[in-house]
Design a protein around this ligand. Structure first.
Ligand code: TLP
Length: 336
């Protein structure tokens, strides 16, 4: 199986496994795991934030951010196709008692400042008011679009004009940085918290990191504990995470392979694919996406339905050039 379902399927290499085995560890709930502390400091440095917090998953990172930023009953302005809104089991309501106020980003998932201003609700005797704006970069549902830092800044500025904190779901932020050739820290300038995944394209087996000010991370650490995310000798996870962080320099390879994959898919009858911006290729089909996915699976190619007539393929570090060619042959056989 050439597994293009997601970049979440990436597997640790031998170096990561050895690092996990040899990691110096301590009890991270007491802040005593030296390897976790090193990873958190390293990620904060890379993102240009004061501090950072290791969390078991990107979902927990986002949900800890929502709970840390908001009061119960407040509203969160979310892009309608964002992961926080669409794929976290209603977590903003379940964990934080927050109401969602979805807005429709443009075709690339960009939320305009005026949309933030229009969606903003002032707290008064009847309304709890807006407690958060959450943005996403790259935008998964829109096809891994790499949103320019200026667009993040503009939407965030509109929220901050009204004292509303901003969270950036940067599960694939390093893909955006690589695609736009902009340092990752450039995207965090106007936001109050950012979550990045080590376990996706970077290849770590487990782990994401939530970053922000010292005060934010201190509060977020308590929320993580509340959610059961306080980990003990988590250096076992942080050590491969440190190696994964250095993989951000190779993400452009995944993007190149995604371009090759999309060009090949676009040549296959019944499928169309635009040139991808990062490692996510979205193919459009008049057939049922579920049927295309099932047929591809039978031909040894993993992909996922991304709506009724869209199929997503993700390149990642376990996919090489030959895999891309073999995957194209498999997809062609599948749709024949
Ligand atoms: C933008 C974004 N933010 C957060 C997450 C959650 O990360 P994890 O909880 O899976 O570590 C994901 C995972 N995305 C996964 C995938 O793309 O296969 C699935 C859909 O959950 C994500 O794409």
């Amino acid at each position: 199986m050439i597994d293009l379902r997601s970049d979440t399927v990436t597997r640790p290499d031998d170096a990561m496994r050895t690092a996990a085995r040899d990691a110096e560890v301590g009890d991270d709930v007491y802040g005593e795991d030296p390897t976790v502390n090193e990873l958190e400091a390293r990620v904060a440095d890379v993102l240009g934030t004061e501090d950072a917090l290791l969390v078991p998953s990107g979902t927990m990172g986002n949900q800890v951010a929502v709970r840390t930023h908001t009061e119960r009953g407040e509203e969160a302005i979310l892009e309608r196709e964002s992961h926080v809104y669409k794929w976290e089991l209603g977590g903003v309501a379940q964990h934080s008692g927050v109401q969602t106020r979805p807005v429709d980003g443009d075709e690339r998932g960009v939320v305009a400042p005026e949309q933030v201003r229009d969606a903003y609700v002032e707290a008064d005797g009847h309304r709890a008011g807006t407690g958060l704006l959450a943005l996403e970069n790259t935008h998964n549902s829109k096809g891994g679009t790499a949103i320019a830092p200026e667009a993040i800044d503009a939407a965030a500025a509109a929220a901050r004009e009204r004292g509303v904190p901003v969270h950036l779901d940067g599960a694939r932020l390093f893909n955006a940085a690589a695609a736009l050739e902009v340092p990752a820290e450039r995207f965090t300038r106007e936001v109050d918290s950012v979550m990045v995944c080590l376990s996706k394209g970077l290849g770590a087996p487990v782990g994401s990191v939530l970053a922000g000010s010292e005060a934010f991370v201190e509060r977020a650490r308590r929320v993580r504990k509340l959610m059961g995310g306080g980990m003990r000798q988590a250096g076992i996870l942080a050590a491969p995470g440190l190696l994964a962080l250095e993989n951000r320099d190779r993400l452009a390879e995944d993007h190149e392979r995604a371009r090759r994959l999309a060009a090949g898919i676009d040549q296959i009858g019944g499928l169309a694919a635009d040139e991808p911006e990062t490692n996510i290729v979205v193919a459009r089909t008049d057939a049922s996406a579920d049927e295309v996915v099932a047929a591809c699976e039978r031909e040894g190619v993993g992909c996922v339905a991304f709506g009724e007539h869209r199929v997503r393929f993700c390149t990642h570090w376990n996919v090489d050039d030959e895999d891309v060619e073999r995957a194209l042959d498999g997809v062609e056989r599948a749709v024949d």
